[in-house]
Design a protein around this ligand. Structure first.
Ligand code: AMP
Ligand code: MG
Length: 418
């Protein structure tokens, strides 16, 4: 069954905004990829495919937050300074098994279960110990240093919702209620190609007019950072007879087929023709820079994205448009990458009605809002600009100029590539 809505990527004759394109990408996906059981130990960076309720309380019983002596507050309140007998010891995993009256105390270690009848704990450092008796300090509060059963997780409560991306802390959270296996979405599988007669794999002998393929390395790494299983299918020569069967075959075993290059209107741009024969290809005119029409389509059940050949444009389109597409296919519900405001250390004028992403270098400022510089030139072929940058400056449709010191939105790469 197709995971994409019919006509989801219908041609966009009119110029659409970046927001509209993102909305359409979201709406295009009907279903996430399938699910699978996963050992909790391997579930970090996966997406939960079931909503989980707490089957138990955490902690399961009242226990001590410190090493010290457990006592009954009601008795302490009457006579704080009297010497009390220590009748036993409770350690984590080895609770005190005997009886204890409210007048007595039990030595207790961090994480150990509170003996019945006692409800508060004095820290060992604050207690005066004499033989088998102790004197508690003044000023202790009822329930001091005692962690209540269920104070972290209450049985029956919602723990995590379907669609939650599992970070280390979510994995630990699920472990704390005793789960050893969870239902997750399987990773999105992506077939990745570069296209172009000029392209060479790094390490191959050069020829006149050749350049090394950098896009595939960049895109594979970004897509893996999104949690996808990427099959690197190499470089396709600019020949319809090569491009067509390769894309068709890849579409049979992957959720998403991605190419870079070959989707402009040049003579050697065969991706478009191949798609017309084996699937559907549409071009969206999106009011963005860098960018050219974004090529979106379908081959059988697989989605298709044709990224620009230009490394900077390919990378920006992958971060801004493929990321949400992958997120929707992955079943993930929280997708927004964190961004923040920074002071522009530059001035520019910009076309109204277009979203632009500039390569930015952000520097934090102590006790104040940081500054962001933009790369000197706008050339979208210079990868060195991406080496210099640590994120993208996003200038929305409405912006027509930026003056030094204005607040602009900065999207750190560390947020976009995960
Ligand atoms: P195209 O869209 O195929 O016309 O490519 C546009 C520009 O991007 C051309 O200068 C290509 O040489 C360059 N380009 C295309 N694919 C890659 C790639 N995989 N790595 C580096 N540059 C590329
Ligand atoms: Mg090309």
């Amino acid at each position: 069954m197709s995971r994409l809505v019919n006509d989801c990527f219908a041609n966009s004759e009119d110029m659409i905004s970046a927001q509209e394109a993102l909305k359409r990408i979201n709406n295009a996906v009907d279903q996430s990829v399938g699910t699978e059981k996963c050992a909790l130990a391997n579930s970090a960076n996966r997406v939960l495919a079931e909503t989980i309720y707490a089957s138990r309380n955490v902690p399961p019983a009242d226990n001590s937050a410190v090493d010290g002596f457990a006592f009954a507050y009601s008795d302490y309140e009457k006579e704080p300074q009297k010497f009390r007998k220590v009748v036993g010891r409770s350690a984590a995993g080895a609770p005190y098994q005997g009886q204890v009256s409210k007048e007595d105390t039990v030595k207790i270690l961090t994480g150990a279960i509170m003996p019945k009848a006692l409800d508060s704990v004095a820290m060992i450092e604050d207690v005066l110990v004499e033989d088998n008796e102790i004197q508690l300090p003044l000023g202790l509060k009822p329930g001091a240093n005692c962690r209540k059963a269920g104070e972290d997780i209450t049985q029956g409560n919602l723990l995590l919702e379907k669609g939650t991306f599992l970070r280390p802390q979510e994995v630990g959270y699920l472990a704390s209620v005793g789960l050893s296996e969870v239902l997750v979405y399987r990773p999105v599988t992506i077939a990745l190609f570069s296209t172009g007669d000029e392209l060479l794999n790094p390490g191959s002998p050069e020829f006149e007019g050749s350049i090394f393929d950098s896009n595939r390395m960049i895109l594979a790494a970004i897509l893996r950072s999104f949690g996808c299983l990427v099959t690197d299918l190499g470089i396709l020569k600019d020949q319809l007879e090569i491009v067509r069967p390769a894309l068709l075959k890849a579409s049979e075993t992957h959720d998403l087929v991605i190419t870079s290059g070959g989707v402009s209107m040049g003579d050697e741009d065969h991706v478009k023709n191949a798609l017309l024969e084996i699937g559907e290809l549409n071009f969206w005119r999106i009011a963005i820079k860098p960018g050219r029409p974004l090529a979106l389509g379908k081959i059988g059940d697989a989605a298709f994205v044709g990224l620009p050949g230009n490394p900077i444009a390919a990378m920006v389109c992958c971060l801004k448009f493929v990321r949400p597409l992958v997120a929707a296919l992955s079943g993930i519900t929280q997708t927004a990458a964190l961004s923040f405001q920074a002071h522009a250390a530059f001035s520019i004028r910009k076309k109204h009605g277009r979203t632009e992403w500039l390569r930015g270098h952000y520097t934090a400022a102590p006790q104040s809002i940081g500054n962001v510089e933009k790369f000197l030139t706008d050339g979208s072929g210079v990868l060195s600009s991406m080496i210099w940058a640590n994120g993208l400056i996003e200038l929305g449709d409405d912006v027509i100029e930026v003056n030094q010191g204005d607040l602009v939105t900065f999207l750190p790469f560390s947020e976009l590539m995960r």
